[in-house]
Design a binder for this molecule. Structure first.
Ligand code: 13P
Length: 269
């Protein structure tokens, strides 16, 4: 069954969102969720559309939902275009993220509020983002702009989002040095907005820090890089053992097994 973010929070206090973009990533994540008996979020990024068309991602997720008895959220991640959000909603996505984090605050508020209005009519939940990390694939290293308590309160009041992604020392991709997650800032923002907070860039953050973040207001963590690296490692090891003239489906089976093991670790937090 595919449910929205609020419905998922009613079933489970904290959630992990894993990115998928093909059958192997999708099935590996659902296998891990099945083994751990957890509600999860399947996240498909707007930036993946060049790899997998949005309707294909939606059909894959819907078909796979019939094969598993665990409910999950089908979420559009980091959408910067309202057109993509409308298309995703029409295709059955139950949750969307509008990413206006690079825009000036007022423009971010205006666009996010517009998305909330159109999503609410279709029972679709919306995540907004405040503060700036870096590109989703971690390909740039920029100074993180941390989210402030004042901006968060203003943003949530005016947009009526269901969840808020914040920048508190987290970044997408592989961390060059140990990330310092500001738990006190999470606490303060949580007290001010009283809304589920989202931590992007959770790969590479120590599990004990993620557990601490969950205690103080983060209710959704986003994980992509650790799964991607685990998958690549599966293919790499397979080719090292069997040579480049191998069967791709066998190499991908090893990738899938590694992705499942990596996802499972996050579900055990
Ligand atoms: P990582 O790739 O760093 O795990 O971040 C994923 C993410 O935040 C997706 O929205």
């Amino acid at each position: 069954m595919i449910i929205n973010l609020n419905e998922a929070f009613l079933k489970q206090q904290n959630l992990v969102a894993f990115n998928f973009f093909n059958v192997e990533t999708l099935a590996a994540i659902l296998d891990a969720a099945h083994i751990e008996n957890k509600v999860i979020i399947l996240s498909f990024g707007e930036s993946y559309i060049s790899h997998t068309p949005l309707p294909v991602a939606a059909v894959m997720a819907k078909e796979y939902s019939k094969l598993y008895d665990i409910p999950f959220v089908l979420h559009l991640d980091h959408a910067t275009k309202v057109e993509t959000i409308k298309q995703a909603i029409d295709l059955g996505f139950t949750s969307v993220m509008y990413d206006g984090s690079r825009l000036p605050l007022e423009e971010n508020i205006k666009n996010t509020a517009e998305v909330v209005k159109l999503a609410k009519e279709r029972n679709v939940t919306v995540e907004g983002e405040l503060g700036y990390l870096n590109k989703e694939d971690g390909s740039d290293q920029v100074e993180i702009v941390c989210t402030t308590v004042e901006d968060s309160a203003r943003f949530v009041k005016r947009t009526k989002v269901d969840a808020l992604a914040i920048a508190v020392g987290n970044a997408h991709g592989i961390y060059k040095k140990e990330p310092k997650i500001q738990i006190s800032r999470i606490k303060e923002i949580s007290a001010a907005v009283n809304l589920p907070l989202v931590l992007h860039g959770s790969s590479g953050i120590h599990r004990s820090v993620l557990a601490e973040a969950f205690k103080h207001g983060i209710r959704k963590i986003n994980v992509n890089t650790e799964l991607a690296v685990a998958g690549c490692r599966g293919v790499y090891d397979y080719v090292l053992t069997h040579g480049a003239e191998s069967r791709l489906e066998n190499a991908l089976s090893d990738a899938k097994a590694n992705i499942q093991a990596a996802a499972k670790q996050f579900l055990e937090i």
